[in-house]
Structure formats: structure tokens, C-alpha cells
Design a protein around this ligand. Structure first.
Ligand code: EPU
Length: 292
């Protein structure tokens, strides 16, 4: 019995992951599983646990690089509307794991709620954003979270409240397999002002980042007190290429992939950057993106 037999309506074998990621490179998922409801997701997770099938959960694909060899086991995507609900109750916004962060931001702003607007322009889903505490100069998602509902690798579901969670720079204590839902505590504000603020941030971002190109956002975390982008830039690496992977000339912490690029080329370019920055500045850059 395989996942394909057990969950035939929601499972496809040997599916390309490249189109599901922003870098558009990498190999196949042995099984791509798209559960329709939280209960079905729980059954899939329980099955995989019992059968020792490795599980990966793919969010918006904006912060992940899939190796050319692909991924064995199950890659789960939460694409059904069931996982993408967003609701507003007073100053609390509740969002499903699969909801796009951009959608949660616009629903909050429409309701006159401030906070998440500082995350404007960050791609991906709520689940992915929470796991990696997505953010930027103006704040991160963790600071607005009041609770999350999670599902463990064994298939247990429970709620973790604010005081049981901790968030740091691009890091969160949510180590369960899936975030099912999250609640955000926001503050009332004037929609016009919020929109104005958002517009400014968005213009700054567009001016400094290659948002029109294929990339996974920043590749490396900023080392404490330093900027990875500035270090890579000062190493003279803007425009450096391995095959069809290139260091953006707009922002050096972005690798853009051109047609025909492979994950291996991106990985080799990452190695070039690491060695050059280590040699020139004695700094070991740590990856921000996930490599599968
Ligand atoms: N810089 C350069 N050359 C470059 C890029 C940057 O000299 O090629 C300099 C800039 O002039 C600036 C400094 O480095 O003085 C910092 O650059 P920037 O303001 O662009 O911010 P960042 O630290 O590189 C961070 C986040 C971004 C987020 C922005 C804006 C990290 C690794 N990056 O970038 O997040 O969008 O702030 O809030 O924390 C991401 O996580 O994928 C991401 C893009």
C-alpha cells in the first residue's frame, strides 16, 4: 500500500516542484498530496508517521530551494479553500495556514487594523511566514501572534498560546509539522494612514529588490549587526553567475534564476558567495532559505 493507493484522490506521484516554487528550479516530489480538509490532512500525516514516509510541507514556495534530485516521500500542500480562510473579529484576525500573507494583510487593512501592514510585499503563506518568523526592517509576523493551532508529525492537534511561543530574527519556536491556523492581535487604526504607510514601504522595497525576477528573496540571514547584501556587494559579486543562476545587480543577497537554471547552479553560486565573503570579511553567512 502506498500513499497513492490510500489517498488516491488527493495524491499525485512524481510531480515537478519547480513550478510550485519562486526559484522555478529543482526536481520531482515522489508524492504530492493536497488534502481537502484538516481532518484529511491529519489522516495523511498519521499514515505517513505510521509508514515512516518522510513529510515536507510546502507553503507558497517563496523561501525554498528544491534540489535537482527532488524530494522523496510526501510533499503536502494546503491549497484547498478550507486552509485559506481569513476572518476578522474586533481587533483579532484569524487566518488559515494556507492563506497568502498578502491576503491577510489586505483583509486587516480593510478592517482598519494596523500591524501586519508592516509586512507588505512579503510573499508566501501564513504557515511558512510563521515558521520562519518572516519580516523585514519594520517588524516581523511573530510580534502580532496571539495563538497558533498546530499539527504534530504524529498527527496530534493542539493550540499554543502567545506565552508558549517565542520568535527571534527569522526563527520561531513552532517546531511542529504544520501550522493549521493563527490568531493575530492587531490595533485599530485609520485605513488611510495604514495604506499610506504601506505604500511607502512597498515603494522602498521595489526600488531596492529585484521583485520582477525569479528569486527566493534574501538567500542569507543578516549576520548580527551586519548586512549580508552589503557584504556580498562589497565582495564584488553582483552579477556573478554560475550557469543561469546570477547574483542580482539590484540587491546582492538575491539570487535570480534565468531560463534553464538548475538547483545545482544555485547551490554552487551559494558556495561561491560563502567562500568569498568568508575570505574577505571572515564572516560565515548562514542560509535564510530552506534547502530541500
Ligand atoms: N546593501 C548594499 N548592497 C546590496 C544590498 C544592500 O550595499 O546589494 C546595503 C543597503 O544599502 C543597506 C543595507 O545593505 O545599507 C541593508 O539593505 P536593505 O535595506 O536592502 O535590507 P536587508 O537587510 O538587505 C532586510 C531583509 C529583507 C527585507 C528588507 C526590508 C534579511 C536577510 N533581509 O534586507 O528580507 O525585505 O530588510 O525590510 O533580513 C527576505 O527575508 O527574503 C528579505 C528580502
Amino acid at each position: 500500500m502506498s500513499l497513492l493507493d490510500q489517498f488516491s484522490e488527493i495524491t499525485q506521484a512524481d510531480q515537478p516542484l519547480a513550478p510550485l516554487t519562486w526559484m522555478k528550479v529543482g526536481g520531482l516530489a515522489q508524492y504530492l498530496v493536497e488534502p481537502r480538509t484538516p481532518d484529511e490532512l491529519q489522516q495523511v500525516v498519521e499514515y505517513c508517521h505510521a509508514e515512516r514516509v518522510p513529510v515536507h510541507v510546502l507553503g507558497g514556495g517563496s523561501n525554498v530551494l528544491v534540489r535537482d534530485e527532488g524530494v522523496s516521500g510526501a510533499v503536502i500542500r494546503l491549497t484547498s479553500d478550507e486552509f485559506a480562510r481569513v476572518s476578522v473579529n474586533g481587533t483579532v484576525v484569524t487566518a488559515g495556514s494556507g492563506a497568502l500573507l498578502s491576503n491577510v494583510i489586505s483583509e486587516s487593512v480593510k478592517a482598519g487594523l494596523a500591524g501586519l501592514d508592516t509586512l507588505v510585499g512579503i510573499p508566501g503563506t501564513v504557515g511558512g511566514a510563521l515558521k520562519g518568523n518572516a519580516g523585514g526592517r519594520s517588524g516581523d509576523i511573530g510580534q502580532f501572534v496571539s495563538s497558533v493551532t498546530v499539527l504534530t508529525v504524529k498527527g496530534d492537534r493542539f493550540v499554543r498560546k502567545e506565552d508558549e511561543l517565542s520568535f527571534a530574527y527569522r526563527k520561531s519556536s513552532i517546531n511542529e509539522l504544520v501550522v493549521l491556523e493563527a490568531e493575530f492581535q492587531l490595533k485599530a487604526g485609520a485605513p488611510d494612514e495604514i495604506t499610506q504607510r504601506m505604500r511607502k514601504l512597498w515603494i522602498m522595497k521595489k526600488a531596492s529588490q529585484p521583485l520582477a525576477s525569479q528569486s527566493a528573496g534574501c538567500i542569507f540571514k543578516n549576520p548580527r549587526g551586519l548586512s549580508a547584501g552589503a557584504l556580498i556587494d562589497q565582495s564584488g559579486l553582483k552579477g556573478a553567475r554560475v550557469g543561469n543562476a546570477e547574483i542580482s545587480d539590484r540587491h546582492a543577497n538575491f539570487i535570480v534564476t534565468h531560463d534553464g537554471a538548475t538547483a545545482d547552479e544555485v547551490l554552487r553560486l551559494i558556495d561561491v558567495v560563502r567562500s568569498k565573503v568568508a575570505e574577505q570579511f571572515g564572516v560565515d553567512l548562514e542560509l535564510e532559505i530552506q534547502i530541500w
